[in-house]
Ligand binder design. Structure first.
Ligand code: AP5
Length: 222
């Protein structure tokens, strides 16, 4: 029997490691990785009206209004569903209204992963984070340094990765997370994200492979 596509959400404070784990999950399980933050940054870079408006909120560490984010994510998600592939939603939903917008489309995850990382670790992770614009890979100057001087020379730094901005993003996260986790309490799993990234992935990998086995068996038996 073919394997059932997985439907996964991943959440956690800023710099808790969502994007890092999503790279590993998407590569192994072939899921479409939809990151609300990445979609918004692409829109900002393209200089569209939505992007310009979104940037005002992102710079303040606030949630971008639903009329921009909901439409953007919905389009990508429905494309993934149409291709009957699995999906991995990263940093979405982040408010009750976004969760309700998904419910209205009958879209629910089989698993909601919440990465737990202490506040003091988040600032260090965020300030040292770098992106490779060529491969999209996430690095950290200390914890995940670039492999070659050539890569090191082209890395970029996000404007909202300063200590001050991370603290604002963390406040926003804390103000909204309970509303979202309440919506998914039947499928929520906490994962300790304050460990080396390979160790965090080993735990997530185990959860996903068990889930995939279970779903495949359901299809075979049913
Ligand atoms: P977004 O881009 O989603 O930012 P975020 O939630 O603050 O999360 P980050 O991307 O900062 O971190 P991450 O958890 O992916 O960590 P990473 O793996 O990179 O959103 C940006 C903004 O867009 C928001 O502030 C908001 O304005 C807006 N927005 C986004 N979604 C929205 C929504 N749904 N509604 C409204 N507005 C929205 O890791 C961080 C660093 O740590 C890296 O350097 C990495 O190498 C390192 N690292 C990762 N794992 C480990 C580990 N295990 N050990 C050591 N280092 C590690």
């Amino acid at each position: 029997a073919g394997k059932e596509p997985l439907r996964i959400m991943i959440s956690g404070a800023p710099a808790s490691g969502k994007g890092t784990q999503c790279e590993l999950i998407a590569a192994k399980y072939g899921l479409t990785h939809i990151s609300a933050g990445d979609l918004l940054r692409a829109e900002v870079a393209a200089g569209t009206d939505s992007g310009n408006k979104a940037q005002e909120y992102m710079q303040k560490g606030m949630l971008v209004p639903d009329e921009i984010v909901v439409t953007m994510v919905k389009k990508k998600l429905l494309e993934a569903v149409d291709q009957s592939g699995g999906w991995l939603l990263d940093g979405y939903p982040r408010s009750l209204s976004q969760a309700e917008a998904l419910d209205a489309l009958n879209i629910r995850p089989q698993l909601f992963i919440l990465l737990d990382v202490p506040d003091e670790v988040l600032v260090q992770r965020s300030v040292g984070r770098r992106y490779d614009p060529v491969t999209g890979k996430i690095y950290h100057l200390m914890y995940a340094p670039p492999e070659t001087p050539e890569i090191a020379a082209r890395l970029t730094h996000r404007l909202d990765d300063t200590e001050e901005k991370v603290k604002l993003r963390l406040q926003t996260h804390k103000a909204n997370v309970a509303a979202v986790t309440d919506s998914y309490k039947d499928v929520i799993t906490h994962v300790d994200g304050d460990r080396p990234k390979a160790e965090v992935f080993t735990e997530i990998d185990k959860l996903l492979s068990e889930l995939q086995e279970g779903e495949t068996n359901k299809v075979v038996i049913g």
